[in-house]
Design a protein around this ligand. Structure first.
Ligand SMILES: *Cc1c(COP(=O)(O)O)cnc(C)c1O
Length: 247
């Protein structure tokens, strides 16, 4: 049986190899372990193996896990990576460290207003629908600059960069091309806004090498660390940050 710790090591080795191939320093790529649908004890195993950043898609599931693992809270970084509905922003603003899926000004405003003043600003990525895929989350690329400008002006969130979930591509070259468009858009926003925008949240279990080749700084990996997710429709999990989007 392969343990979480062994799988984590394998994913880290994949990241390092992809960085070598791309001529990048592995320290520039962070691993976000996507623990959605897995219990807190599995997160604990990953923490024991050295992992610190975890991604959750479903608000209630994430909040429950954060509460159960409260003894580890100061060591961990919790990232909301699911679509976020406006009636769910408050607990997310209060409990999470990052939100990757901001694609509307209203959500950004609420997160900023609801972020407790005693906490550091919520770290956020603007989600872009880079390929116009049927996944409706994410702004169109030509709307990204206007939204990014307004997000950057909000006091209690810090815009860190872009997040994308491209549609599956036929091969690695096509994957790199799509991820490359996200990187190019981030570069345009950086120039236009004069902000560092140091984060490109892209790449998952199946395509992290292509994402790293194109400049990803944070890969979001679930299956390759924790195994397959058995999830029927209509399970008891309430959408945390909204509904699942074709994952
Ligand atoms: C589930 C999910 C992932 C992880 O996907 P895997 O293919 O299991 O690695 C990454 N990003 C988002 C937004 C997800 O919902």
């Amino acid at each position: 049986m392969t343990t979480t710790s062994e799988q984590l090591q394998q994913v880290c080795a994949r990241i390092e190899k992809a960085c070598t191939v791309a001529g990048r320093d592995p320290a520039t790529v962070r691993l976000l372990a996507v623990s959605k649908t897995f219990g807190p004890e599995v997160v604990r195993e990953a923490v024991a193996a050295g992992q610190r950043a975890f991604g959750e898609n479903y608000v209630q599931e994430g909040l429950d896990k954060i509460a159960t693992l409260i003894d580890l809270r100061s060591q961990l970084e919790w990232h909301c990576i699911g679509p976020l509905q406006s009636n769910k922003t408050r607990p997310v603003a209060e409990q999470f460290d990052w939100v990757h899926t901001v694609d509307r000004l209203k959500i950004a405003q609420r997160l900023s207003q609801q972020r407790p003043a005693a906490l550091p600003p919520l770290q956020v990525c603007l989600q872009v629908n880079i390929d116009g895929g049927p996944n409706k989350s994410g702004v169109a690329p030509d709307e990204a600059l206007a939204l990014a400008r307004e997000m950057a002006a909000l006091p209690q969130i810090m815009l860190r960069g872009l997040m994308a979930i491209p549609e599956p591509q036929p091969d690695a070259a096509a994957e790199r091309a799509v991820f490359g468009r996200v990187a190019a858009l981030a570069a345009r926003l950086r120039d236009a806004l004069g902000l560092p925008l140091d984060t490109l949240s892209m790449g998952m279990s199946a395509d992290l090498e292509s994402a790293i080749a194109a400049g990803s700084t944070m890969v979001r990996v679930g299956t390759a660390i924790f195994g397959g997710r058995a999830r029927a429709s209509g399970t008891a999990l309430a959408p945390i940050c909204g509904q699942i989007t074709g994952i």
